[in-house]
Design a protein around this ligand. Structure first.
Ligand code: C2E
Ligand code: CA
Ligand code: CA
Ligand code: CA
Length: 276
């Protein structure tokens, strides 16, 4: 048993060492990745629940590492947040997303939107936000929406309110992302200038009619509507989830049921087909 324990410890230690090595590797490679455009965006459609019409996309970042292959944001965004590399990365994401958004709107005349995720590190950096807003003012940002999570605002709600207010004042709608996974959700909804509430996929997964969860979702939707917010259901994977969310009054949806996050080329195709 003792031998067994030691073997296990060695396996564990090796796994931990690998995890630390890979973390260092990603951290080291990320700066070059941003400069060399190994990072790129996918666009996941957000559709109107009633009729499936395309309303816009959420921009989701990916990293094609020359040796390690495709890496998802859950693996490198936290590192980039910690090191500050999220600042240049976020800048790339914003500019790329706005560039395509502007083209899609001009090409189709449709009021399409693109949602961009803002991270805490970006939000709290006053000079960075100044630069972002100046760039957006100069280039135009019709259709851009910013997604933030409530956990980001919790450390200093008053300051967060002031910063997010600056985006809002520029006419950029704010989306509360991952709603239901945080703590103080309800009080924040009324206090912050949110325009859109995104119900986290954990609420949507296997949603069943007449269940407590369905009643909860109905309550959230009604509350959001009373406060003047639109509601997006995230992680919609099945017909049944789509139908039920629609019954519960949810306005928009995003999920594999409609489309995975798409390459720019495929997103262009969606926009082309949405053309009036
Ligand atoms: P998120 O903002 O909640 O984005 C939605 C995530 O749900 C995406 O994962 C998307 O691919 C996934 N998803 C969409 N539909 C479904 C579905 O039907 N079922 C399931 N199981 N999942 C679905 P992804 O692309 O891996 O992104 C993960 C997280 O990384 C995002 O969560 C967001 O927090 C962060 N992220 C992605 N891109 C950016 C970015 O440009 N900047 C920042 N700061 N964070 C980003
Ligand atoms: Ca998001
Ligand atoms: Ca989300
Ligand atoms: Ca998330």
């Amino acid at each position: 048993a003792k031998e067994h324990g030691r073997a296990r410890t060695e396996v564990f230690t090796a796994a931990l060492r690998d995890a630390i090595l890979i973390r260092h590797r990603l951290q080291n490679d990320l700066t070059r990745a941003i400069e060399e455009r190994e990072v790129f965006l996918l666009y996941q459609p957000i559709v109107s629940l009633a009729d499936g019409r395309l309303t816009g996309f959420e921009a989701l970042v990916r990293w094609r590492h020359p040796e390690l292959g495709l890496i998802g944001p859950d693996r490198f965004i936290p590192i980039a947040e910690e090191t500050g590399q999220i600042l240049p990365l976020g800048r790339f994401v914003l500019e790329e997303a706005v560039r395509n958004l502007t083209r899609w709107r001009a090409d189709t005349g449709l009021p399409l939107s693109v949602n961009v995720n803002l991270s805490a590190r970006q939000m709290w950096d006053a000079g960075y936000v100044d630069d972002m807003l100046a760039w957006l003012r100069g280039t135009g940002c019709a259709g851009l929406k910013i997604e933030v999570t409530e956990s980001m605002t919790m450390t200093d709600p008053d300051r967060a309110l002031a910063i997010l207010g600056r985006f809002h004042d520029l006419g950029i709608p704010l989306c509360m992302d991952d709603f239901g996974t945080g703590y103080s959700s309800l009080s924040y909804l009324g206090r912050f200038p949110f325009d859109v509430l995104k119900i986290d996929k954990s609420f949507v997964r296997d949603l069943a009619p007449e269940s407590d969860r369905a009643r909860l979702v109905r309550g959230i939707v009604n509350l959001a509507h009373d406060l003047g917010l639109d509601v997006v259901g995230e992680g919609v994977e099945t017909d049944a989830e789509q139908a039920l969310l629609n019954t519960l009054g949810c306005d928009y949806a995003q999920g594999y049921r409609f489309a995975r996050p798409l390459s720019l080329e495929d997103a262009n195709g969606w926009v082309e087909r949405a053309r009036p």
